[in-house]
Structure formats: structure tokens, C-alpha cells
Design a binder for this molecule. Structure first.
Ligand code: ADP
Ligand code: ZN
Ligand code: ZN
Length: 741
């Protein structure tokens, strides 16, 4: 027989299949890794078998040297998927395969075992022996044997603890043939099960029932379908997921549940673990390599049926998948910004198709392109427009911050109206969440005399002041610098902080409301392991009245006693230089306001802004997704932006600005020639320095293309090939990148 092997080599020119003979008597099948001879000198190369054939079109095949795995590392479905990813996202086969394997599988990580002791003799016999030993100066051995008579098997460490035993005595018992010792595999756990009491499903509301029934039917009949669920915040989307997954397990199928990293809070994990117990694996970025490896193995070995995780969990090595769910479907974190630049939704759709599964995309504020597909019938649309408890959506007040300064002479970052609302909440002992789209103390340092702004020398972005470090920090590369006392440009002493950060809000609150108990949640306070969990559970236990935070407080939090949400500066996200700024602001405002009034008391939200007339803010105030969508989609159509086309970013970066620029000018000529014969690529912009023209000392130039969506462009493959032959210039291609920097 013949094995078709793809070699593990970074060089693109051998990123292809080679045929090898399988020597007689050797067990080799698809998905196993192998060592094969390669090149004139027959050096050993690693590879993976992607197909088994009875004959090959090539002669003089060399035999495989060695098969590394005793069972396949991945299924045929996954290998085919890797080939598809390679084509779609312009990467090598191995870059694709790596997505499906846990980090460290090639070198590092080992299985974790514990040593178990069990009784091998008959119990009554052993008990007699134990008594005899205790009376005859072999007391330690006797005590150990006695404990084993009560419970066997035991971990050696537990046995020592219970009996006062030791390893010498253990060996003596082993020699006497009274016990057995074995190593047993244990899994490093991703969560502590004991923290989660079991829970039962709720009786679905009428709106929930419609979709749950539909999903169950799909799962039972292995029907592939793309579904978009738009459900307002608090409508009980998670309960829908839980009941669909429960049905999956009943049918002997598996389920992949994706949530954005930022909402993968202990609270979220709890809802799944308490419902499904041991059937759940959890994958998130806080896991150690060993923990991650073990979660992967549990999935691979079929010991769990559900995985809950962030983006990368879409690659879980499940078979027989019944449902794949992306909660908060609109989140940009589902798109990878490193090669391969995949979108979890596309991988999910492909896997759902291969498995006869349902792809369920859910959000309170679906992405514009997702809802557009639902309107066109590409996705089946379901909607849940009521909160599960029939509570109203929070009432939203918009505060014009320009009046604060000029009319009320209020210099605080908290408007008078927001201060009033906070005071009411403190009196009523209700909780408040304050959201600021920014971390740090003040945004930047600038000179009032000449306008100098302190920037990171490596990244061309302004640096941010962090009070706890008393340093300026670059949020792109992490570089720190001390604060200048005089302006480096003009020598003036009027160099000042501008803007507002979470720390500054915390201080403002403490000044106005000294009695309030305040928690702050941002990257600075949550950077240590478990920091996130500490703050949330402290807030959940009622140890604070006000939670101040960045993006982290907007997602997935379900605290029934939060009745007030304050958005301190709605403008920071609106001013973003990106055609999706409106979409993102709307979703952010809706999400954050949705944290209020989830219990029995109606919620209120206060949005502070310098642009009160902005239509996005008005739609958010009315919780009016549909009209927001209609106005936004018509402007996208008019300006020809996605979903009406794809935007393709071609970025080159390198240390030498001239050579990067020169290369991109040649590329421009190449593309323009291509466009003459291929109208599917219809617009080119650039090359220009990217908005972030320098990161970590690399100069960046960009070309933006507009092209027909859903079609493949051979041009991009050509460019990838050219990119691979370059020296000291990195070329990357991104289709519909999530940020335009
Ligand atoms: P969403 O994800 O749509 O914002 P959740 O799934 O978090 O909403 O539900 C909000 C709250 O409502 C949760 O505390 C949940 O336990 C509760 N809930 C959801 N569905 C029901 C139901 N059918 N009966 C009772 N409580 C429910
Ligand atoms: Zn100056
Ligand atoms: Zn930097």
C-alpha cells in the first residue's frame, strides 16, 4: 500500500504531497505522523499521512522510515479541512494543521499520571495478614494493608496520608504479592467541578420554545443549516443553547460552544458545567499548556461531548458534531489576525456542512453582514424580542457633555445627571456599572504650547499614562517611558495630561461619593491569574456598589441587582477611523445598556456624549436594531462596503522604509495589470503608509482592494508566492480585516 504524506516543512515549495511505500506489517493509516526519507540524501523528514492509496502515478517510491503515532492524531475530516484552510487563507498545510493540535504536541507536554495501589489478595485474607503484621513489628505495612482493605484502589499519596505509610513499606507489600501498583492517567482540569452545583433546565418561554424545537429536529435528523438568532439582551439565548446541547448529548452527538474570550467568565463556564458536569471541556487562554493538552485529549478520546471555549475551540477534534454555536456572533475576536487569518464562523460553517450539523449564530446585535445574509435567505432567521421575564428594556438618557462644561461649569467626567442617578442607586442599595472605552489614567500627554503629543518611538501611536506604574505605556508594544517635565519639542513646561481613563473615573467617584465601595476592572487590575474572577465574584457577593471597567464589563455579565449603567464617553468608539465604527458603537452601547435591569427592578442607562445628535446613539437609545440596520446597510450599499464587496488588505512591513515602499509600488503595478483582465477586483487604493505606520520598528505600507465577495482571486495566491520569496519584507493578506490599522 501507498501512503500520501504532507511534509512538515515551513518552506512553501515543498508544501505538497509525496507518496511513500508502507512496508509490510506496519500499521499506518490516515492521520498518523511519520518519518520519511527526503531529498537526494534521504534526510529524515516529519510528515502526516493524508491518504492511503493502492497505487501511485510515481515510480521508485521510497518506504516510510517510521510511523510515529499508534493511533491517528486527527480524522480525515480535519485533514480535508486543513487543505481547504490552506487554499482559503493562503497558508501552508502545516500552519492549518497546527490549529487542530494542542500546543506542545510535537515536543513538550506529557500525560500526567498518578500511581494507584490496589489490593491483590482476597480481602478477608489480607485483613488477617494485616493484624498479624501489626502485632509482629511490621506495623507500618500492617496499617497500610488495613487501610487498603477499607478502600481500594487508592492513590499512593492518599494511602500514605491515611496509614502513616511510606514507599519502603509499599515495596515490601508489593514483594509479598499483597498489592498491585499501576499508573493511571489523570486529566489536568480547566475548572474546579466542586464549585458548581448541578442545575436543571428552565421551562422555555414561547419564544425560546420555537427555536429550541427547530434545533432539536435539526440535530435529530442531522440536517445542515445556518441559523441566525437575534435575541435582545436578557431574552434567554443561553438557555436555548443549553437545551439544544442537551439534546445533542441525548442523541450521542457532540457540540461546540464558542463565546468571545472576553465573556468566557467563570459565570459563563458555570452555566455549562453545572448543567452538563463531566461532559464539558473548557478551553481558554488562561490554561497552562498541560491543561490545554489534557482538555484536547478528553475531546479527542470522546470522554466529553461539549466544548466551551473562545475562538480556537472551533478546532476541537470532535466527530459527529450536532451543533456549533457562536454566541455574540458580531464580535471581532472571532477573526484571527495572525496567519492563518481565519474567521471562526467560516470554519464553523464548513464543519457543520461536513457533519450534517446546525451552525447557530446568535447576538442581540448581529453583524451587519450576518443580518444581511438572513434577509437574503442565506441564513434562517429566528428572533426573540422580549426579555425572558417580560421586563422592559432599560430606559436610556442621553447627556450632552458640551452643556456640562459650558452651562453647568461641571469639570468632573461624571455629568450632573449621572451623579444624580448614582446617588439614587447608592440610597437604594442597587448596583451600578460604569463603562469607559479605555484603560489607564489619562489617555495621553501633550504640550499646550506647541501641540506635541508623546508617542511611542517604535509604533507611531500616542502613549498612555498609567498611574500605578507612574509611567507612559505603549498599548501596542508595551514599551514604557517616563513622563517628560518639559516639552521635548519646544521646552515649555505646559505639558499636561489629556483625556480620561478608568483610574481617573475611580478617583472622581471616590471624591464625589466617599462612602461608595468601588471596584475597577481593566487590563491593569485583571492581569494576574484569576484577577478577573476575583473582581466579578466580589461584585456578585455584593462587596461593592459600583463596578468601573473597560470592555470587560460589557459582555455576558448577568447580575440581577444591577439597575444603572453609565457610559462615560460614547464618542471614543464613534470617532474610530473605520467604516464599521457605527456598527461597533451600536453593538457596544446595546450590550452595555443590556447589563441593567436583568432582575425585577427596571434598568436605567445614562450615555454621556459630545455627539448627542449622532444617529447611532439615537437608535441605541431606542433599542432599535432594525432601523439601525436599515440605515447602516443602505449607506454601505451606497459607498460600496462589505457585505456588498470584500475588502482585501495587502500589507508589507520591514525595517527599511524605502525597500518596503519600493516593493509595494511594484505590487501596485502587478495588481493593476491583473485588474485589467479580472473585473472581480474592481478598486485599488494605495500603497500608502498604514494608519499605524510603524509597529515595533517595522515600517508598514498598505494597499486596499475592493473585490466581489464570495469569489476566489488567483491574484492573492500569486501575491502569497511572491511574499514567500521575499527577504526582510513580510507580506500579509487579510480579507475583511477586523481592524483597519
Ligand atoms: P441572554 O444570553 O439572551 O442575554 P440569558 O440566557 O443570559 O440571556 O438569560 C438571562 C437570565 O434569564 C438568566 O439568568 C437565565 O437563567 C434566565 N432565564 C433564561 N430563560 C429562562 C426561562 N425560560 N425561565 C426562567 N429563567 C430564564
Ligand atoms: Zn511643546
Ligand atoms: Zn510601541
Amino acid at each position: 500500500m501507498i501512503a500520501r504524506v504532507i511534509l512538515n516543512n515551513r518552506e512553501h515549495n515543498i508544501d505538497q504531497c509525496f507518496d511513500y511505500l508502507i512496508p509490510d506489517g506496519i500499521n499506518a493509516s490516515v492521520g498518523m505522523r511519520v518519518l520519511v526519507p527526503f531529498g537526494y540524501r534521504n534526510v529524515s523528514a516529519r510528515g502526516i499521512i493524508v491518504d492511503i492509496l493502492s497505487e501511485s502515478e510515481f515510480d521508485n517510491l521510497k518506504p516510510i522510515k517510521k510511523v510515529i503515532d499508534s493511533s491517528p492524531l486527527c480524522s480525515k475530516e480535519i485533514l480535508d479541512l486543513c487543505l481547504w484552510i490552506k487554499e482559503k487563507y493562503f497558508c501552508s498545510f502545516y500552519q492549518a494543521l497546527r490549529l487542530f493540535l494542542p500546543p506542545g504536541i510535537e515536543s513538550g507536554v506529557k500525560e500526567k499520571n498518578v500511581r494507584m495501589v490496589s489490593l491483590s489478595a482476597d480481602k478477608s485474607e489480607a485483613l488477617l495478614k494485616a493484624e498479624e503484621m501489626i502485632s509482629k513489628r511490621a506495623k507500618v505495612q500492617g496499617m497500610m494493608l488495613k487501610v487498603l482493605c477499607e478502600s481500594s484502589p487508592l492513590k499512593t499519596t492518599d494511602l500514605y496520608e491515611k496509614s502513616g505509610g511510606n514507599s519502603a513499606a509499599l515495596n515490601a507489600l508489593l514483594k509479598k504479592g499483597l498489592i498491585n501498583i499501576s499508573d493511571e492517567r489523570v486529566y489536568r482540569e480547566a475548572y474546579n467541578k466542586n464549585n458548581y452545583a448541578p442545575s436543571e433546565g428552565y421551562t422555555p418561554t414561547a419564544e425560546q420554545k420555537v427555536i429550541i424545537d427547530h434545533l432539536k429536529e435539526n440535530i435529530s435528523s442531522s440536517k445542515f443549516e445556518n441559523i441566525l438568532l437575534r435575541g435582545v439582551t436578557g431574552s434567554g439565548k443561553t438557555e436555548v443553547f443549553l437545551q439544544a446541547i442537551e439534546h445533542c448529548i441525548k442523541c450521542g452527538k457532540t457540540a461546540i460552544m464558542l463565546v468571545p474570550e472576553i465573556s468566557l467568565t467563570p459565570q459563563t463556564v458555570k452555566r455549562f458545567v453545572s448543567r452538563f458536569g463531566d461532559m464539558v471541556a473548557v478551553i481558554h487562554s488562561g490554561l497552562s499548556q498541560g491543561e490545554r493538552f489534557d482538555q484536547w485529549n478528553k475531546i479527542k478520546n470522546g470522554e466529553v461531548s461539549v466544548v466551551v471555549g473562545a475562538r480556537s475551540a472551533i478546532f476541537a477534534p470532535f466527530e459527529n458534531i450536532g451543533i456549533i454555536i457562536l454566541d455574540e456572533e458580531h464580535e471581532t475576536s472571532y477573526k484571527s489576525d495572525t496567519t492563518p487569518k481565519y474567521h471562526a464562523r467560516d470554519i464553523g460553517e464548513k464543519r457543520a456542512m461536513e457533519n450534517g450539523a446546525t451552525l447557530l449564530l446568535a447576538s442581540a446585535t448581529p453583524s451587519l453582514s450576518g443580518f444581511y445574509k438572513a434577509q437574503n435567505g442565506e441564513y434562517t432567521l429566528f428572533e426573540m424580542v422580549k426579555r425572558y421575564n417580560k421586563m422592559d428594556m432599560p430606559t436610556v438618557k442621553i447627556i450632552d457633555m458640551r452643556n456640562e462644561l459650558f452651562t453647568y461649569k461641571n469639570f468632573s467626567p461624571l455629568s450632573l445627571a449621572l451623579q444624580d442617578e448614582i446617588r439614587k442607586n447608592l440610597e437604594n442599595k442597587s448596583k451600578t456599572i460604569l463603562f469607559l472605552n479605555r484603560r489607564g489614567y489619562s489617555t495621553f500627554v501633550s504640550c499646550r504650547q506647541c501641540g506635541y503629543v508623546m508617542e511611542c518611538g517604535d509604533c507611531s501611536v500616542s502613549m498612555t499614562y498609567h498611574k500605578n506604574l507612574n509611567q507612559m505605556v505603549c498599548h501596542y508594544c508595551g514599551k514604557t517611558a517616563s513622563i517628560p517635565e518639559i516639552c521635548p519639542d519646544c521646552g515649555s513646561k505646559h505639558i499636561k495630561f489629556f483625556g480620561t481613563g478608568t483610574q481617573k473615573i475611580e478617583e472622581a467617584i471616590k471624591t464625589k461619593f466617599p462612602e461608595a465601595r468601588v471596584l475597577r476592572m481593566d487590563t491593569d487590575t485583571t492581569s494576574h491569574k484569576g484577577g478577573h474572577e476575583e473582581i466579578l465574584s466580589s461584585f456578585g457577593r455584593g462587596e461593592a456598589d459600583i463596578l468601573i471597567g473597560t470592555q470587560m464589563v460589557t459582555k455576558g455579565l448577568d447580575f440581577p441587582d444591577v439597575t444603572l449603567v453609565g457610559v462615560l464617553a460614547a464618542d471614543t468608539s464613534l470617532c474610530m477611523d473605520d467604516f464599521r465604527a457605527g456598527e461597533r458603537s451600536f453593538s457596544l452601547l446595546t450590550q452595555v445598556c443590556g447589563r441593567a435591569g436583568r432582575g425585577n427592578i427596571p434598568g436605567r442607562a445614562v450615555i454621556q456624549t459630545y455627539q448627542p445628535q449622532n444617529s447611532v446613539i439615537k437608535y441605541a437609545k431606542e433599542h432599535d436594531y432594525i432601523n439601525f440596520y436599515n440605515s447602516e446597510i443602505s449607506s454601505r450599499r451606497r459607498l460600496n462596503y462589505p457585505p456588498f464587496c470584500d475588502i482585501i488588505s495587502i500589507m508589507a512591513s520591514g525595517e527599511n522604509e524605502d525597500s518596503v515602499k519600493g516593493f509595494m509600488e511594484k505590487t501596485e503595478i502587478h495588481i493593476k495589470k491583473y485588474m485589467k483582465d479580472n473585473p472581480s477586483v474592481f478598486s485599488i487604493n494605495g500603497p500608502t503608509p498604514a494608519p499605524l505606520s510603524k509597529i515595533k520598528n517595522l515600517y508598514r505600507y498598505r494597499i486596499l482592494l475592493k473585490a466581489d465577495s464570495n469569489s476566489s482571486h488567483p491574484l492573492l495566491k500569486e501575491l502569497t508566492k511572491i511574499g514567500e520569496s521575499l527577504n526582510k519584507i513580510f507580506l500579509s493578506i487579510d480579507i475583511n480585516p477586523t481592524n483597519m490599522f
